[in-house]
Design a protein around this ligand. Structure first.
Ligand SMILES: Cc1cc2nc3c(=O)[nH]c(=O)nc-3n(C[C@H](O)[C@H](O)[C@H](O)COP(=O)(O)O)c2cc1C
Length: 396
């Protein structure tokens, strides 16, 4: 892992901390570029009250000087504004038992880490689990991902996402456009990050309806990488396969229940002749691109565990979030009784926000693989190595 990142911090703790290691010297990093993605993660129809309190902004505390990466670890802080409302309960210092226990949680929420986490870590207070298992942590991933996106941009690689479904309201993407960038730009002006503006209104209604029933809704998101060259990942060993790497990082995002690449599970019902992307000599070939082309992208840009030069297309299903205004049946682990689940201020739908987190994780894994293949302690060295490889590819 030439690029690594670690995150720390609790949902209602004083702050979130992120360390990203392996970014080459000379990469231009501006807080405002990272803050744009943080804002995108905070938006979206169906978010709860917490996002009105927070105004996530990065504070660089190491590894960046005069707007450029120095080549060492980059450290970042994000202040949790809500901490001022929780400073008694969440203080790292030993505090008065009454204050500490004022937010004690003993009723596990089904669908969360609550019950298994309390048993595994031997916690009496489920708050000790939920504060770290909360998707507030995805804020930190968006910071690391935004840095990786800037790294990839240097090589002409872009990461984007848009929503295909919320609850029962879905769109047929093939009817809309085959231009991923166009879909993304349209989605950016939708409150649910869906490229179909009419369907966006129906999706908002689906969220309102869930809210009025005290319920939550999940959805489907497409995450795409454009401009990735042929040959990232490898067929030579199981743990080098690009599809496995991508599926792993996308599955690690809270609420994600499935990751499909290209046609995904639809391949199970089609003939081979309908699935595989036939190969042609590109009549428009010049020395600045691959000589070979496809007319379809059913493989989602990956064959034999490697990128094939086509867009990487992943479709990701996210479950409805587990904190319900009308709580589900559960147990009280202190009283050892049946009860209703704990309710804490919560979102109704996080599908639009999850897309931004998925972008971050895709950016991270691709940046890591590129750093592994092309090295480079400085951006200049990285670009030289990368361009040499592209030249070799274009001659084949
Ligand atoms: C951006 C984002 C925001 C989330 N916000 C909430 C929330 O407000 N309330 C909630 O119960 N779950 C929320 N979740 C989902 C939970 O974090 C997640 O379902 C839970 O940690 C269980 O993990 P699992 O879904 O991987 O099983 C959110 C997820 C994401 C990606």
């Amino acid at each position: 892992m030439p690029i690594r990142f670690l995150t720390a911090g609790e949902s209602h703790g004083p702050e979130l901390n992120i360390i990203v290691d392996g970014i080459p010297a000379g990469l231009e990093l501006r807080a405002e570029d990272i803050n744009k993605d943080l804002k995108r993660r905070q938006c979206g129809y169906g978010r709860g009250g917490r996002m009105k309190i927070e105004k996530d902004q990065v504070i660089f505390t190491g590894g960046v000087r005069n707007g450029k990466a120095l080549g060492g670890p980059i450290s970042v802080r994000i202040i949790n504004n809500d901490y001022k409302n929780w400073s008694d309960v969440m203080s790292p210092e030993r505090i008065d038992a009454n204050k500490y226990e004022s937010k004690f949680v003993s009723k596990a929420r089904p669908g969360h880490a609550d019950l298994s986490g309390a048993i595994k870590y031997n916690h009496e207070d489920i708050r000790n689990v939920l504060e770290r298992s909360s998707a507030r942590e995805t804020t930190s991933r968006v910071v690391a991902g935004a840095i990786c996106k800037i790294y990839l941009q240097q090589l002409g690689i872009e990461i984007l996402s848009y929503v295909l479904r919320i609850g029962k309201v879905g769109i047929d993407i093939e009817q809309l456009s085959s231009d991923y960038k166009d879909l993304f730009l349209k989605a950016e002006s939708s409150e649910v990050r869906c490229p179909d503006l009419k369907a966006s209104e129906d999706m908002k209604k689906a969220i309102d309806e869930a809210r009025s029933r005290g319920d939550t809704v999940g959805g489907l998101t497409q995450v795409v990488a454009l401009g990735l060259p042929v040959g990232i990942g490898s067929y030579t060993h199981w743990d080098k396969r690009l599809n496995g790497k991508i599926a792993g990082v996308l599955m690690s995002v809270h609420t994600v229940k499935s990751v499909e690449i290209g046609l995904g599970k639809k391949v199970s019902e089609l003939y081979g002749s309908e699935v595989h992307d036939q190969i042609y000599i590109d009549p428009k070939w010049d020395s600045k691109k691959l000589r070979y082309m496809r007319k379809t992208n059913n493989a989602g840009g990956i064959e034999g565990g490697m990128s094939n030069g086509q867009p990487i297309v992943c479709t990701v299903a996210t479950k409805p979030i587990p904190t319900l205004i009308k709580p589900l049946h559960s147990v009280d682990i202190k009283e050892k009784t049946d009860t209703q689940a704990h309710f804490e201020r919560s979102d109704i739908c996080v599908v639009p926000a999850a897309g931004v987190v998925l972008e971050a994780m895709l950016a991270y894994v691709l940046a890591d693989l590129i750093a592994e293949k092309f090295g480079g302690d400085s951006i200049v060295e990285l670009k030289n190595n990368y361009d040499n490889y592209l030249e070799l590819c274009y001659q084949r």
